[in-house]
Design a protein around this ligand. Sequence first.
Ligand code: SAM
Length: 301
Amino acid sequence: LDVQEDIASPKKTNDLLKKHHLVLKKSLGQNFLVDPNILQKIVGAADLDATKGVLEIGPGIGALTQQLSKAAGKVIAIEIDQRLLPLLKETLAPYPHATVVHGDILKVELQALFQEHFSEYAQVSVVANLPYYITTPIIMKLLEEKLPLEYIVVMIQKEVASRMSASPGGKEYGSLSIAVQYYCEPEVVTIVPRTVFIPQPNVDSAVMRLKVRSKPAVEVEDEAFFFDVVQASFVQRRKTIFNNLAVRYFTKETKGQLEGILQEAGIEPARRGETLSMEEYARLSRCLALALGNLTDSPTG
Ligand code: SAM
């Protein structure tokens, strides 16, 4: 077994795991890609060249890392499972510009990591076959830290990809759609059957490309409050926007004001949260903040 070759095949992956006496951990989302065509689609979507850097989350045994290393100038791969480190050392031996960092992506100081590793790289993307049990926290961490990213190209559960790219009006549209689309332009690159992984997960997947916007899709004065309003509006999906907001921000005595606030924002109180566009949420959060004295620059704030 020549581990320095491309390892993306069922046989090579199984042989490598056997050689290292490794039993994969379901709890860490360890489903390894064994299809070279899918790997090429992922790498292709990231539009890499030797001047660009890549942050990979969860290299596993290095199948994707090998291909990223051929396409990019530098690859930093963060892996939580210490047992995989000796194996990665073998599979990545021919790629000196790939570095594995042992750690938990949710705990790593990403700003510091970027300064340390990517300061000479004008463009950096995240490219990963994500551990599905923490897809949303990972994406939210990457976006909220406002890292200077070009793309986030990730393999995720198909249903999560639909939610991230959903438009207003459907049942897939929710606070995740708005958070992702506030920061990025999402695009589903390809749908991926469960058969290309070892072991097979019990869901289908999709490769999703998020092009990170140079500035957010809408202007809001207070981002935290904007996202709070969005979140509040979806707490009970079947309830009207009026009812959800009344529960969150008003009392029995004060909720009479809410109708006027909604009207001012141009939103029918009987609508449901899932019908509001991001622009409408931006307007709504502004009117609400003013009314609640929540804006720092308002006379009451
Ligand atoms: N990149 C490999 C591939 O495509 O075959 C493996 C992908 S596998 C779906 C997810 C990887 O993420 C596993 O190697 C797992 O150990 C790792 N992982 C899970 N939780 C993690 C965390 N919190 N931080 C970093 N890596 C994590």
